[in-house]
Design a protein around this ligand. Structure first.
Ligand SMILES: CC(=O)N[C@H]1[C@@H](OP(=O)(O)OP(=O)(O)OC[C@H]2O[C@@H](n3ccc(=O)[nH]c3=O)[C@H](O)[C@@H]2O)O[C@H](CO)[C@@H](O)[C@@H]1O
Ligand SMILES: C=C(OP(=O)(O)O)C(=O)O
Length: 507
């Protein structure tokens, strides 16, 4: 929510009510008011105070409506059998990159189908605070961004910026606009040290010098050298590749990036830049050749593709509850290794014919997962930069391995501090053990049991707990799910539509 006028709050309430399939009368009866009051609120002719919004948020179980300062929790009753179909939403990682990339465009950028997630909210707060005009369509299916001629970096909402790592992707666009600027250190999940050095090394080719002191990056931009810029990334990172793409977009002439990430969110950024008139060769490969332009002022409309990590999360929900579920709109190119490993472990699933995503480029399928008896993977399960198994999908294999007969070794060489959060699965009855900060063994199968839990400060491990709790006997309470809402839209209610019993509550 960007501007809280009575009309915009009313629209959000109406959306949330329709999403829950409730009539104004039903909401009115839960609130103990007349139906006309609900209609007036929805039309924006009756203003609500914070307490009023909180009561409606409780009735509609809607995180978007939860007023600032209240904490959202989940109560899960299990074990659950799921059934039916669920659509995968667009990805957090493409959304945040496209929001940053919209700064390159002096025209009007419309993003279609952006997920309603906290990470997007944080970047929107930052963009608005520096003067970008942000407008959601009434049904929130479109987000329009128009930047001012001059950005007001002094007005930046620093608290919002520090809550996300993605603000690092302002470097690429901003270096074209200001000779000197400051950005707060990037925050985000607690996954151990995450380097920014590759960003700073690569952006030097565009004249950017950065000194990091006192929680701030102090950036100074020199005149860059002429000629073709050949940049070899020291790590095949996603956001570093996106940052260099954004920097290259506004440099007339050629930039070549080697060891580029070909991952899904990078492809979405490439498609966006193409729509702005930037020529890019090698999309989906590790060598990108970019021909930038002097100025970008275009009215464009793009739709980021579906999230392979959400698809994997939903597959895991089906596996752990031994249910038949169809996960629709799954971006198959970014799930092939995951599915190959699952097939080896004995998972039965069908794939539909492929069809194109709204961007016309990404290939989607519907994946129907069947209840299966799994066995532990024979070899260790480890991630690799795309086209390997996605690092953000690795945690779900801990839940899946806990369902499988035998011992699985999971090797997270990437993050110093993510595997440790998966030990929380033991509180739900799993048998996992850390051999060292990077290697986890999981013994299965598991008799899941309910528990009172607090979300770990890491998105995917927190979702793993939620998914495992679907299979746990009894009532599991999962406290403070902000970290889940960072990356998933309305997950509790969407799982409920599949037959889970997940209630949202606030305090
Ligand atoms: C907003 C966004 O898009 N976030 C994603 C992005 O973060 P992001 O691009 O910020 O990932 P990082 O650059 O932090 O890389 C993650 C970790 O992998 C290490 N590393 C990475 C590449 C490499 O070739 N060698 C190497 O060692 C880094 O040192 C770091 O510790 O990519 C990560 C890795 O896919 C994902 O978990 C994040 O969800
Ligand atoms: C680590 C993740 O994201 P971020 O880069 O936003 O911290 C993630 O999506 O799991």
């Amino acid at each position: 929510m960007t501007q809280n006028t009575p009309a915009s709050v009313g629209r959000l309430i109406r959306d949330a009510r329709l999403q829950r399939g409730l009539s104004p009368e039903q909401v009115a009866s839960a609130l103990e008011v007349e139906p006309t009051v609900v209609r007036d609120i929805e039309h924006g002719t009756q203003e609500l105070d914070v307490g009023g919004i909180a009561r409606i948020a409780d009735v509609l179980q809607d995180p978007v409506l939860a007023p600032v300062g209240r904490t959202m929790h989940l109560r899960v009753k299990g074990p659950t059998k799921l059934s039916g179909s669920i659509d995968v939403r667009s990805s957090k990682n493409a959304a945040v990159a496209l929001l940053c990339a919209s700064l390159l465009n002096k025209g009007r950028t419309v993003l279609e189908g952006i997920a309603r997630i906290e990470e997007v909210n944080r970047i929107l707060e930052v963009l608005e605070s520096i003067g970008v005009r942000v407008t959601w369509s009434d049904d929130r299916s479109e987000l329009e961004l128009v930047r001012p001629e001059v950005l007001d970096l002094g007005g930046m909402d620093v608290d919002a910026a520090r809550r996300t790592r993605s603000v690092i992707m302002f470097l690429g666009p901003l270096l074209h606009m200001l000779p000197d600027f400051q950005l707060p250190y990037a925050g985000g999940c607690n996954l151990g040290a995450r380097t920014v050095t590759p960003h700073l090394q690569a952006l030097q080719y565009f004249g950017l010098d950065v000194k990091a002191t006192d929680g701030w990056y102090h950036a100074h931009v020199r005149e860059p050298a002429e000629g073709v810029r050949h940049i070899t990334l020291t790590e095949r990172g996603d956001t570093v590749t996106e940052n260099v793409l954004m920097a290259a977009a506004l440099y007339p002439g050629e930039t070549v990036i080697r060891n580029a990430s070909p991952n899904y969110m990078v492809q979405d950024v490439c498609f966006f830049l193409e729509s702005l008139g930037v020529a890019i060769e090698g999309i989906g490969s590790t060598t990108l050749r970019i021909r930038g332009v002097e100025r970008i002022e275009a009215d464009v409309r793009v739709a980021p593709s579906e999230d392979p990590i959400e698809a994997m999360s939903l597959i895991t929900a089906a596996v752990v509850t031994k249910s038949m579920v169809t996960v629709r709109r799954a971006p198959i190119e970014f799930l092939e290794i995951e599915l190959a490993i699952l097939a080896d472990m004995g998972l039965r699933f069908d794939l539909s014919e492929e069809y194109p995503a709204a961007n016309g480029r990404t290939r989607l399928v519907d994946i129907t997962v069947y209840p299966s008896d799994l066995v532990a993977a024979q070899d260790k399960i480890h991630p690799m930069p795309f086209p390997g198994l996605n690092i953000d999908n690795l945690p779900f294999f801990a839940v899946i391995a806990a369902e499988a007969q035998g011992r699985t070794l999971i090797h997270d060489w990437v993050y110093e501090n993510r595997a440790i959060h998966l030990l929380d699965l033991n509180k739900l009855g799993a048998q996992t053990q850390l051999l060292d900060p990077h290697r986890l063994v999981v013994d299965g199968p598991t008799r899941w049991r309910s528990q009172e839990l607090v979300c770990p400060p890491a998105l995917r491990p927190a979702v793993c707990l939620l998914l495992a709790s679907l299979a746990a006997r009894g009532v599991t309470v999962l406290r403070d799910v902000y970290v889940i809402n960072r990356g998933y839209e309305d997950l509790a209610n969407r799982l409920t539509k599949l037959g889970a019993d997940v209630q949202v509550f606030f305090d």
